[in-house]
Ligand binder design. Structure first.
Ligand code: GLU
Length: 444
């Protein structure tokens, strides 16, 4: 089994690409196959080396690795050889029509009530006419002559599928400047690299019909190739993700503080009826089953992703995250605050609150309460029972209870109106800092 993920380095990896990458990787790892990274970079104008670097970085961040890496720009001679083969068999034919001519012809067909298909006029050119066109300095581009048939396959996700090639215009495979197009290069690579499974977005279904026809024309046996098309993602409101949230790049999510285990766990379960569980790809692979992905479009729900992110942080052992925590962070502190975090970056303020220095707000009108609280602070050593030992008598003495008592204390001790359990935090903050903060917050 051999799979590949084939991004075009014309932009940053977005969640739709990442889902395809993950599905291919999981499928390969689950079945002991090989996974290749293939950069579809034949569009020289739009492909940028910095995007290729970013894509690889983002894939690694999500926990993916690959057994080989190829760039199409390094294989141009292979495509030229394959093109010659198709020319020799008459399946690749030169065309000279300009964009304007084609647009005019399409418009005419539309007026006649016919589908705007290419009419194959170029196929009718005699060798003489072709000679003349070339002699006049015209550069041909090349179309592939689709076979007059339907192409069918059993899709791993969509089930039985079929594409009617007679309803499609012969695709251009080579531009007038000689550069090959993705429709073609992808087939040459899949064939020559012995790719066995192609998992990609549903937007490629028509391509699959075309590409299987090219694959056969190049001598490949279509039985060696299995396809799985992942239904497209929609955003929170059901709109096409590519339009509204297409900009959700992995970079962007990472910067926003999404953990890779949350994203991978979320994407692996997306479109299935199983609840997502956080996990890095290696942990998800044993349970991967592509047949669980439904035919329907899947909703990319940022709230669900965030909920999963919270779970990752709440369950994260100290040792795993140590490098990303503020310097000096210790396990006791981490265990006390992790349950309060949505995103990792929220850890820093809690570090300052517990281990560092903060200036709490002066609470007008609470001076009396806070001064009483200061006077009642028990002597150290402090532990988990200190909070109750301190606030119990304070309730009696001040007649305050519930929020009226705890909110001013919380604000004074942490500077925040919400946060981890104060009984846990208090002994970590310690008597000296607690006393200082009560005094400052009392305005004394
Ligand atoms: N470069 C193509 C894309 O990003 C690859 C599709 C495929 O997997 O064949 O859509």
């Amino acid at each position: 089994m051999k799979l590949r993920f084939a991004p075009s380095p014309t932009g940053l990896l977005h969640v739709g690409n990442a889902r395809a990458a993950l599905a291919n990787w999981l499928h390969a790892r689950r079945h002991g196959g090989t996974f290749l990274l293939r950069l579809d970079d034949t569009d020289l104008e739009r492909s940028k080396p910095e995007f290729a670097v970013a894509i690889e970085e983002d894939l690694r961040w999500m926990g993916l690795d690959w057994d080989g890496r190829v760039a199409q720009s390094e294989r141009l001679d292979r495509y030229a050889t394959a093109a010659e083969k198709l020319k020799a068999s008459g399946r690749l034919y030169p065309c000279f029509e300009t964009e304007e001519e084609l647009a005019y012809k399409r418009e005419r067909r539309r007026r006649e009530g016919k589908p705007p298909l290419y009419d194959r006029e170029a196929l009718k050119m005699t060798p003489d006419q072709i000679e003349r066109a070339l002699a006049n300095g015209k550069q041909p581009y090349w179309r592939f002559k689709l076979a007059p048939r339907s192409v069918s396959w059993l899709d791993l996700v969509l089930g039985p599928r079929s594409v009617k090639l007679t309803a499609i215009s012969d695709p251009v495979l080579i531009r007038a400047d000689g550069s090959p197009l993705y429709t073609f290069t992808s087939v040459v690579d899949d064939l020559e690299m012995d790719v066995t499974h192609v998992i990609r977005g549903e937007d490629h279904v028509t391509n699959t019909g075309i590409q299987l026809d090219i694959y056969e024309a190049l001598g490949g046996n279509p039985k060696h190739l299995t396809f799985g098309h992942l239904p497209l993602l929609t955003d929170d409101d059901g709109g096409a993700l590519s339009k509204r949230l297409g900009s959700i790049s992995l970079r962007h999510l990472r910067k926003d503080g999404i953990e890779p285990a949350a994203l991978a766990g979320y994407l692996a379960a997306l479109g299935t009826s199983t609840d997502p569980v956080p996990g890095m790809p290696a942990a998800l692979a044993p349970r991967w089953d592509i047949s669980r992905v439904s035919h329907a479009t899947a909703r990319f729900d940022t709230r669900q992703l965030l909920a999963l992110n919270r779970r990752v942080l709440h369950e994260a052992p100290f040792a795993e995250l140590r490098d990303r925590l503020p310097e000096g962070a210790d396990e006791v502190w981490w265990l006390a605050v992790r349950g309060n975090l949505d995103l990792m970056r929220e850890a820093r303020p809690w570090f300052d609150i517990v281990r560092g220095t903060i200036v709490p707000p002066v609470q007008e009108g609470e001076g009396e309460l806070l001064t009483a609280a200061l006077a009642a602070l028990p002597p150290e050593p402090w532990d988990g029972s200190t909070w109750a030992a301190w606030t119990g008598p304070l309730k009696e003495a001040t007649g305050r209870k519930g929020k009226a008592l705890f909110l001013p204390l919380r604000l004074a001790l942490t500077g925040e109106d919400h946060g981890p359990d104060l009984a846990t935090l208090l002994p970590l903050i310690g008597r000296e800092k607690a006393a200082l903060r009560l005094r400052l917050s009392a305005g004394a």
